[in-house]
Design a binder for this molecule. Structure first.
Ligand SMILES: Nc1ncnc2c1ncn2[C@@H]1O[C@H](COP(=O)(O)OP(=O)(O)OP(=O)(O)O)[C@@H](O)[C@H]1O
Ligand SMILES: [Mg+2]
Length: 352
């Protein structure tokens, strides 16, 4: 518990995490790790459960089941599923940004970054008006807070606009301002929910530069939800892929990019196109199996999109609490690849 943690050990361990909303299993028995000092990307099609995972990590939701352990660099461990959200930031040192930008648009950039340091400043004031007016500790803390804010505005290439209202910034710059604001809290784990959403290629590049800079100069570990593959593949050390709340792949960018289950699930392509994509990445064995025998019992789905899986193709499963939940086997392209792999194997055993 108290031994100092070293780089590349897990800073975050998610174990058997489940989150149910009524009958909907948004996350089902998910386990993965994010290593210290690395950028870990959480990817998957729309509705896969990525933001829900963030909401469980940062205390917005209390998970139905599972354990989320954060180990600080001092070695102190926190079970995040048991902490209230404000303590997750203050004690466990986790900061996040949101899928939809949440800035104080009427405040200047500098003010946005000072508000983020409110806790530190209030502590220095001794929580008294006199403290605010007179204490040298407060004056010192206030000067340090401004220095830190200016530091992160420079890093985010926003220092020239420090005194402009945040709402006047272009979209990409607002995204970087959110990250700068999160960094002002001095996090050990920074969770970013789709920071590249809506960015043009130049803004995406500026984002990559900022994230790499954060990783290299501060050692902050980053957990990144992102759809923009130019960001994910270039800067991630490790990628975890979700589909319908389940993990379908976990590894370095090269292995995940070539994983047939990811190609099938994430790209959400037609069955014929799955074959094309697999041929392109050289998965000959799987291509042969796909050619061998379609699994008529479970599909295939006619849908070309992960976002439009055949929801009617559901089966009931009972969980240990006796609740019946619906899953959609035909909707999962990754599961199709698995089933075909299995049926291909059976067929070749039968032929032998
Ligand atoms: N508070 C909630 N109440 C009910 N259902 C919810 C709630 N939050 C999320 N869900 C459902 O859980 C599933 C996962 O949603 P989530 O927002 O985590 O997906 P996502 O992977 O972040 O998708 P996107 O890429 O579109 O942001 C969806 O089916 C969603 O409708
Ligand atoms: Mg989301």
């Amino acid at each position: 518990m108290n031994a100092p943690a070293i780089m590349s050990e897990p800073i975050l361990k998610v174990e058997h995490l489940s989150m149910k909303f009524g009958g909907l299993v948004a996350i089902g028995d998910l386990s993965f790790e994010a290593r210290r000092g690395e950028i870990t990307a959480l990817i998957g099609p729309n509705g896969a459960g990525k933001t829900t995972v963030f909401n469980c990590i940062t205390g917005f939701y209390k998970p139905t089941e599972g354990m989320i352990t954060l180990t600080r660099s001092t070695g102190t461990q926190f079970l995040l599923e048991r902490l209230p959200d404000y303590q997750i930031t203050a004690r466990a040192s986790v900061a996040r940004t949101f899928q939809n930008i949440r800035l104080f648009s009427g405040m200047t950039l500098l003010e946005n970054l000072l508000v983020a340091q409110h806790n530190k400043l209030m502590l220095a004031s001794g929580y008294t008006v006199l403290g605010l007016l007179g204490f040298s500790t407060y004056r010192k803390a206030s000067a340090e807070a401004t220095d830190l804010a200016r530091h992160w505005l420079e890093k985010a290439d926003l220092i020239d606009r420090a005194d402009d209202p945040a709402g006047d910034l272009p979209y990409g710059a607002q995204r970087r301002l959110e990250i700068a604001r999160a960094m002002c809290t001095g996090p050990e784990l920074l969770c970013l929910d789709e920071p590249a959403a809506g960015l043009n290629p130049r803004e995406s590049l500026a984002l990559n530069t900022l994230l790499n800079d954060i990783k290299d100069t501060t050692g902050t570990s980053i957990l990144l939800i992102e759809h923009d593959m130019s960001v994910v593949m270039q800067i991630s050390d490790h990628i975890v892929v979700l589909e319908y709340g389940r993990k379908i792949s976990d590894g370095d960018p090269a292995s995940v990019r070539n994983d047939p289950r990811v190609i099938a699930a994430y790209l959400g392509v037609d069955d014929e196109e799955v074959t094309d994509v697999l041929t392109e990445v050289g998965s000959e064995q799987i291509v042969e199996e796909l050619d061998a025998e379609p699994d008529r019992a479970h599909g295939p789905s006619d849908s070309a999109s992960m976002m439009a899986g055949p929801v009617s193709d559901t089966v009931g499963h009972s969980d240990p609490a006796g609740e019946t939940v619906k899953v959609s086997p035909g909707a999962s392209k990754a599961a199709q690849v698995d089933r075909r792999e299995k049926s291909g194997r059976k067929k070749s055993e039968g032929d032998a």
